[in-house]
Design a binder for this molecule. Sequence first.
Ligand SMILES: [Zn+2]
Length: 286
Amino acid sequence: MEFTSYFKDEKACIKYFEQIRFKDGEYCPHCGHPKIYRMKNFRYRCADCRKDFTIKIGTIFGESKIPLQKWFVAIYLLSTSKKGISSIELAEQVGVTQKTAWFMDMRIRKAMKQGNGKLFGKVEVDETYVSGKHARKDGFRKKSAVMGMLERKGNIKAFQIPNRQTHIVFDKIRRNIDPSAIIMTDEASVYKKLPKMGYRRAGVKHSQRQWAKGDINTNSIESFWALFKRGYHGTYHTMSKKHLQSYIDEFAYRFNSRKSEMSETFENVVRSVSQSDKLAYKTLTK
Ligand SMILES: [Zn+2]
């Protein structure tokens, strides 16, 4: 209710997006010039290159005819629905076709992409597998491996990985976990090599039912997997290998925003959109 009264029409949405996009000053998205004129119908004109543009140009909202108001409803739903939201459901709520809803979904997920920051302190590391229908060339029915790293009481980072080979797992660890961290894992032999890499490790013997022994456990990351799989099966039914990472990004984004107010999460996604580049429809469907 509060959301719909705040973003009551297109004008209100544009004003809001202007404040975020031009926070550090106005600029022309074509040439970067800082002086622009306001024209009719919410259009702008660059004082230098003279090109016209709308507030959406140069962002993942793109030059689409979809009004900002619809984008905002979609962002709100996607960033606050715990188990995700299917494109059928989104189409209905936003008032667009399912094809358009899917297109909006994929673009919004780009704004939810995981950042480069490292994890510190006690970090749980674990992998899981998700099954699904994939293109025949990708290995029909083959499962996809997903690797997750979760800082206790902090953020998760999760990635689709081609397999669990040592060099792949360690490369992810090196890129995402600070060497000062203590890593909690299960007994998988790959992690036994962690000390050699300069990481401290505390293992959990699942086979011996020593899961939650004291502080050494992987319970937090397992609850993330449970959430992800509920969304996977319950909402999306299947995720193609090609788009799996964007779904992982979506779930990680919501998980990492779990302690934030909805309005804050919404604003963060919109801010990320305002800094985004164009993403052609072509690159999604190709
Ligand atoms: Zn210009």
